[in-house]
Design a binder for this molecule. Structure first.
Ligand SMILES: Cc1ncc(COP(=O)(O)O)c(C=O)c1O
Length: 357
């Protein structure tokens, strides 16, 4: 049986009969309005490196005190992360970046490719351990926060986020806040990290189911960061996909009820998968946001391979997220498919109950 060692084996796989708890891609349709009134002739021309002016103005209205020029529209949150780390390397050299572990699997490579050094703080029960965080803060220039989190599904307490704002301001440390799941919180309102050294990153991928169009952004009051990002982008990807930006502009006019309706669907799925896994005897944190669970299971690499090859079920190995002894399941699929996937997982774990502890 072929060993599966990275998500690359699964991304884009679409065969019938497979139940995929793998992908972090919403299966729900995007708002219809994004396809309307596309200004076709404009779509074939280069656009502004910083991004469409109207889109940036619309975004600025969503963030208190923000101006359109504080934003750079990027090819997904992925490019925003890549550019901001490279900008920090240009401004400060090989500095440390504090990363919470478990982490989104692309964080360590993006940081290292930019020439920076990841420093890890282990989460406790999926949440930030402020004591360890403060201790490690002294050795870094940047902290990376992702709340709600991929892969834990946890949302940091507001008190923790406020304490981080204060600590980082005191020590002169940048906060990069990856908020791609900010509209998918089931327990409370989002708390937006604020301050002169905060760089907020977001995307249209998850909220509006627009993953393939590759539209994201960063915003910061730090002009040096924004200007350095633009200086790099002009020589790398240049403008962000213009068609995607037009659709993102349309998405900004969609009533908030669209997001609320989607959130309710996600919450129903969360309850189904979380409840189903608890009933099967899994040990896992209750997700408060995003669309992931991270249950414990021994021999996680073998589980990933066997579930796929013998039961046509895709799950991701926790090891890819810095969480050995766990698997990550996304609930970006219909409840009927969640039920079928749970049935197959039940069959697979029969006789392996000791692996769940
Ligand atoms: C935490 C996190 N950040 C960033 C991204 C990348 O998102 P985008 O599609 O906007 O590049 C993802 C995608 O799964 C993610 O989970």
């Amino acid at each position: 049986m072929q060993k599966i060692t990275s998500p690359a084996a699964f991304i884009g796989l679409n065969d019938t009969g497979i139940i995929s708890f793998g992908s972090g891609q919403p299966d729900l349709p995007p708002p219809e309005a994004i396809f309307k009134h596309l200004e076709t002739p404009r779509l074939f021309k280069y656009g502004l490196i910083k991004g469409d002016e109207e889109l940036r103005s619309l975004l600025a209205k969503e963030y208190p005190g923000a101006e359109a020029e504080d934003f750079v529209i990027t090819n997904g949150a992925s490019e925003a992360l890549d550019l901001v780390f490279r900008a920090i390397y240009q401004l400060h050299g090989k500095v440390g970046v504090l990363v919470c572990k478990p982490y989104y699997y692309s964080y360590p490579p993006i940081i290292e490719l930019a020439g920076l050094k990841p420093v890890y703080t282990n989460l406790i029960e999926g949440k930030i351990d402020l004591k360890d965080f403060e201790k490690k803060l002294k050795s870094v220039k940047v902290v990376l926060i992702n709340s709600p989190s991929n892969p834990t599904g946890r949302v940091e307490e507001m008190e923790t986020l406020k304490a981080i704002e204060k600590l980082c301001a005191k020590h002169g440390v940048y906060i990069i806040s990856d908020e791609v799941y900010k509209d998918l919180i089931y327990e409370r309102e989002n708390y937006l990290l604020k301050g002169a050294q905060v760089i907020t990153i977001n995307s249209f991928s998850k909220t509006y189911s627009m993953c393939g169009l590759r539209v994201g952004y960063l915003w910061s009051r730090d002009k040096k960061i924004v200007d350095t990002v633009v200086d790099i982008k002009v020589h790398t990807s240049m403008n962000t996909n213009v068609l995607g930006q037009e659709m993102a502009r349309n998405a900004m006019h969609v009533p908030h009820s669209f997001i609320e309706k989607q959130r309710q669907i996600w919450q129903e799925r969360r309850d189904r998968l979380y409840g189903g896994l608890i009933a099967l005897g899994f040990d896992l944190w209750k997700p408060e946001g995003a669309f992931y669970v991270l249950p414990k299971i021994k021999n996680s690499n073998r589980v990933v391979s066997e579930l796929f090859h013998k039961h046509q079920v895709i799950v991701y190995d926790g090891e890819w997220f810095g969480a050995p002894g766990r698997i990550r399941l996304s609930y970006a699929l219909d409840v009927k498919l969640i039920d079928e996937g749970l049935k197959r997982i039940k069959k697979y774990i029969q006789g392996k109950e000791s692996w769940l502890k």
